[in-house]
Design a protein around this ligand. Structure first.
Ligand SMILES: [Zn+2]
Ligand SMILES: [Zn+2]
Length: 754
């Protein structure tokens, strides 16, 4: 028998960590205690050495999702004075949480949700019930240390019962900063806009009852959640879904769904154990799940997946006593910033609804729902926000670790800051081309800097001269007299994977929609050999003229025309009839003149072109629509490839386009053509790796960029690379899309400084 002292640092307080340690100790038959300390958590464990090591291993592997263990230390002591007979949670040595790291918002725990449903409990039917293991965190924390007085709960003075819970060491609500009950905490209000005036028409339970009534009548209600407003309506009522589509200007874009429980989700989707775990865990993101029938086709027309989440606040549980399935889509106007303040929501969302279920606590940090998808066991983050922010990412320790401000990119705004070996990325900030989002960016940067006590010493931004984030970074650097670096967009994508996997060298495959290239062209089909700071652009998709500018990304038929014109102009008449596309001949005319404008090597645009050639999608009414609809047709077991050539640094897809056109004209099923196209892209990546490793001897492959949000493509890639000499790395903790750029920028900056 030995005693060990284990010290864990990171986000380990206010996230349900101590009960987790206790459960794990009981499982391993360990005696001792766990306590919160100013540096994190300390565990005293008594058992034989091997058991204690297994116990620690279990803790590190299975820690709560919202926690982050940045370091662990273990020290064995042969002789000790006290023998423990149980394992207990000891009183905290220090009041509050002095760690500079703050936890993400945590979905309501099982015990709290049971209390809310229990008519004998004093929290019965109370929508703001929480405890030390669950509840709002990041969204309500105004400054550090994380104490009630530094949150938007400050104005609610705890009643005697709440205070007792808060100060009783053995209580589940001991130091639960947002602790509240119907007597003392926030309360619901139902607001209706009457003659342009927001008018409170019901309070508390009555407000909830009114909401349920209005939802049942097939209306849309804006409901204030943890990080902002949702627009909510009955998912099965096609009329109200249509109305929402019209009012939100989303003719085709999938809506997120909230289901009462897993059983409801299983009526519509297949669920793996990983997906089930993520759906019902502490983070409760939207999980993209493969449809198993067409019953909810009107929610997500023509795509493979439905986006589901489960209730994550007591308010959601109370609403779902009356419903099985509701649309819960972000409360914003098209791509503008999420609404989090009542008055602003009444003003901006009034175009969509006059009904609001709100409450009298402020959301300090707005934060959208996260979106996650799985390929087997591999997680792909599509949107990193609630439940995942502000979890730090640990970087490889290097000689010089300056504080870095990495400005990110514009299409999916997200900046990052580093301090020592920790990278902190902001929440998803939307398209920074919109003023409300760029304001959000500045607001969030100010917050992150102050909360984490950061003062950047060096700045890095995207090389795109017209990005908001680049211009902002430039001004920031010049104002503070800091050095600034610029990094090419797709190189940053590759560095983001290298950062996650501690790589100094890699073969980089960056397939993406749009990014400013070092030669001034629009890149997006790039293969790099990366050796620390040296990047060689080994190969890229053949340039095509980018006529009609930004419209090309919105209207895939234009890209189809560009490809057809260069590969098989005789097929244009058949595939892009002028009767259907009146502007066609104008474009053909432009293509026939010598092109002096911008060129593109974007693979994202190649997917668009193929989707249009196959008559799957000619107009993107939302970002990624064409490739998502193409992906939906793919059979991943199909393994046959179209032709292409790779020589002199150019990937030429002419043969592929010609064969696709032939197959289509011969009426081969589009499912087969789409499958073969996807397999060809995977095969192309494999060939590129072979060529790059032949000259570099590198076997680590880093794959990133917006194209790799396509889970079908990743599935095919993983099969293709299995049992080869290559180790293929993907993003796991940041999205492969532009929201992952900041991490890549920061890592490249560190490599530069060292
Ligand atoms: Zn709880
Ligand atoms: Zn109370």
């Amino acid at each position: 028998m030995q005693q060990a002292e284990i010290v864990l640092r990171g986000i380990v307080q206010g996230v349900g960590f101590r009960p987790f340690v206790k459960r794990t100790a009981l499982k391993h038959n360990i005696k001792g205690l766990v306590e919160n300390r100013e540096f994190g958590v300390k565990i005293v464990a008594q058992a034989d050495k091997e058991t204690i090591e297994k116990f620690l291993d279990d803790i590190l592997k299975n820690a709560p999702d919202v926690s982050t263990i940045l370091s662990s230390q273990i020290e064995f002591i042969e002789s000790y004075d006290k023998e423990f007979t149980t394992f207990s949670i000891a009183p905290s040595r220090k009041e509050g949480n002095v760690s500079a790291l703050i936890p993400p918002d945590i979905a309501t725990c099982d015990i709290c949700s049971q209390e809310v449903m229990d008519s004998g409990d004093r929290h019965f039917s109370y929508p703001f019930t929480n405890c030390t293991n669950c509840g709002p965190r990041f969204s309500i924390i105004q400054s550090i240390p994380y104490d009630r007085t530094n949150t938007t709960m400050k104005k609610f003075i705890m009643c005697e019962d709440c205070k007792r819970e808060y100060t009783t060491v053995a209580d589940r609500r001991y130091h639960a900063q947002p602790n509240a009950c119907p007597k003392c905490g926030p309360e619901l209000r139902f607001v209706e806009i009457i003659d342009k005036e927001p008018t409170i028409i019901a309070m508390r339970q009555e407000a909830l009852d009114t909401t349920i009534d209005i939802l049942r009548k097939g209306k849309i209600v804006a409901i204030k959640g943890i990080g902002g407003y949702h627009l909510v309506c009955d998912a099965k009522n096609k009329d109200v879904v249509d109305t929402l589509r019209q009012l939100k200007h989303r003719p085709q874009k999938p809506f997120a769904l909230m289901a009462r429980d897993l059983e409801v989700v299983q009526e519509y989707c297949q669920l793996s154990s990983q997906e089930e775990k993520m759906l019902s865990g502490q983070q409760k993101p939207i999980v993209l799940l493969q449809k198993k029938n067409q019953e909810l086709e009107h929610i997500a027309p023509g795509v493979k997946n439905l986006g589901f989440m489960l209730p994550y606040t007591p308010l959601h549980y109370l609403i779902f006593r009356h419903f099985h399935l509701l649309i819960f889509t972000s409360g914003n106007i098209s791509e503008e910033a999420l609404e989090n303040r009542d008055l602003s929501a009444y003003e901006h969302l009034s175009r969509i609804t006059k009904y609001y279920l709100t409450y009298n606590r402020e959301i300090f940090n707005r934060i959208d729902d996260s979106i996650v998808t799985y390929v087997g066991n591999q997680r792909i983050l599509i949107r990193k926000a609630r439940g995942f922010i502000p979890k730090p990412i640990k970087l490889d320790e290097m000689q010089v670790m300056p504080q870095i401000f990495a400005a990110g990119a514009d299409m999916k705004g997200s900046f990052g800051l580093t301090k020592h070996d920790i990278f902190l990325g902001s929440q998803y900030l939307g398209d920074l081309g919109f003023a409300s989002n760029s304001e959000f960016y500045e607001e969030s940067l100010g917050y992150f800097k102050s909360i984490f006590g950061m003062e950047p010493e060096v700045v890095i931004a995207d090389a795109h001269p017209n990005y908001f984030s680049t211009q902002f970074a430039k001004e920031y650097a010049s104002e503070k007299e800091l050095p600034i670096h610029y990094l090419q967009h797709h190189e940053a994508h590759i560095y983001s994977v290298m950062a996650e996997h501690n790589l100094q060298k890699a073969l980089g495959i960056s397939f993406d929609g749009t990014g400013y290239g070092n030669d001034g062209q629009i890149w997006g089909g790039e293969c790099f050999i990366v050796d620390k700071n040296h990047v060689e652009r080994f190969s890229h998709l053949a340039y095509k003229p980018l006529i009609s500018g930004e419209k090309v990304a919105q209207e895939p038929w234009r890209m189809a025309l560009i490809y057809l014109h260069s590969c098989c102009p005789d097929k244009i008449g058949r595939l892009i009839p002028a009767s259907k596309f009146p502007q066609r001949d104008l474009l053909v005319h432009q293509l026939e003149r010598a092109h002096t404008g911008i060129m593109t090597s974007s693979i994202g645009r190649l997917f668009d072109a193929v989707a249009s050639i196959l008559d799957v999608c000619h107009y993107n009414t939302y970002e990624g629509e064409a490739p998502m609809k193409l992906e939906a047709l793919v059979d991943v077991t199909y393994a046959d490839s179209y032709g292409y050539e790779i020589s002199n640094g150019i990937i030429d897809p002419t043969n592929m386009i010609n064969e696709i056109v032939e197959d289509f004209i011969r009426k081969k099923p589009v499912e087969i053509i789409a499958s073969r196209f996807h397999f060809t892209i995977a095969r192309m990546i494999y060939d590129l790796c072979k060529k790059m490793s032949a000259v570099s001897n590198i076997r680590d492959v880093a794959i990133s960029g917006g194209v790799f949000q396509n889970s079908v493509l990743i599935h095919i890639l993983k099969n293709l690379f299995a049992d080869t000499e290559y180790i293929v790395h993907f993003n796991e903790n940041v999205p492969p899309n532009d929201a992952g750029i900041a991490l890549g920028q920061a890592y490249s900056c560190l490599l530069k400084e060292n």
